[in-house]
Design a protein around this ligand. Structure first.
Ligand SMILES: Nc1ncnc2c1ncn2[C@@H]1O[C@H](COP(=O)(O)OP(=O)(O)OP(=O)(O)O)[C@@H](O)[C@H]1O
Length: 244
């Protein structure tokens, strides 16, 4: 089963990735391969380059050097169309909850009836039944983030990138998002998620990428990285120490 899920989700990798601004190296990743069976969580201090890496993997930023590959092929428009991204602040249309979902479902060419039943399914998945007609802008922070995730999932992505999706949410709202992430992962969606929440990494991750200063300082099985980190930077970060 693990092999099957891994095969479904494919392999995302980067080689010789470099981003510099004004002569300063912001990201320098010689190689990283994300091909584990479950969620990858990316951790590290502020400014470590986590969001930049996520944006490169999603093709939002084109690095001046290096390559991003999906299943060995250079990341292309087809790959990107099968990726979804959710940001820390949900970006929603000034429309109803249902219309936000309908907007993306129309791109899949579903009939009106098909879209209606898919919207119902998605609302149930996100615990937003009864909110279909409510303005998306009037949702609570947790509800809005769930809608943002549903909108990304509506396109049946192979890979879902999440950049600190729960950093502004309370524990119960966070738990709802984590369950959505776990269910998506169990359905074979590759999850790549940035977090500062070490407990969240323990709850969700199969593998953990630790970053510092634009470098991947460690990547391995979640429990090993979190319990017995090899690098000093990881040990300091996980101990809550100052990482410079
Ligand atoms: N467009 C840009 N121009 C110049 N510098 C940038 C740009 N985007 C990011 N940076 C810098 O790159 C570094 C890494 O930023 P990034 O947002 O990836 O960090 P992060 O690990 O996600 O941090 P945080 O946990 O605070 O969100 C930071 O020093 C940031 O200021």
């Amino acid at each position: 089963m693990r092999d099957l899920i891994s095969e479904m989700a494919g392999c995302l990798s980067v080689d010789e990735l470099q981003i510099t601004r004004k002569g300063q190296a912001l990201l320098n990743v010689p190689h990283l391969s994300l091909d584990g069976p479950g969620p990858t969580l990316i951790l590290g201090p502020n400014g470590a380059g986590k969001s930049l890496l996520l944006r490169c993997l999603h093709g939002l930023i084109v690095p001046e050097r290096g390559q991003v590959r999906q299943d060995g092929a250079l990341l292309n428009a087809d790959h990107k169309a099968r990726q979804g991204m959710v940001f820390q602040q949900p970006v929603l249309l000034r429309r109803s909850v249902a219309a936000n979902l309908d907007f993306v479902l129309k791109r899949q060419g579903l009939t009106r009836t098909g879209r209606k039943s898919r919207i119902e399914e998605l609302l149930a998945e996100g615990g937003l039944e009864g909110k279909a007609r409510q303005s998306a802008r009037s949702l609570s922070g947790g509800e809005a983030q769930r809608l943002a995730i549903l909108r990304a999932l509506a396109l049946n992505p192979e890979t879902l990138f999440l950049d600190e999706p729960t950093s502004a949410l309370d524990p119960s709202a966070t738990q709802m998002i984590e369950r959505m992430v776990q269910r998506a992962s169990a359905r074979g969606v590759r999850i790549v998620m940035v977090t500062h929440d070490i407990g969240q990494a323990r709850r969700l991750a199969t593998d953990v990428v630790m970053m510092q200063g634009g470098h991947v300082v460690e990547h391995g099985v979640a429990q090993q990285v979190l319990d017995t980190p090899k690098s000093l930077a990881s040990r300091r970060y996980l101990a809550g120490g100052l990482v410079t």
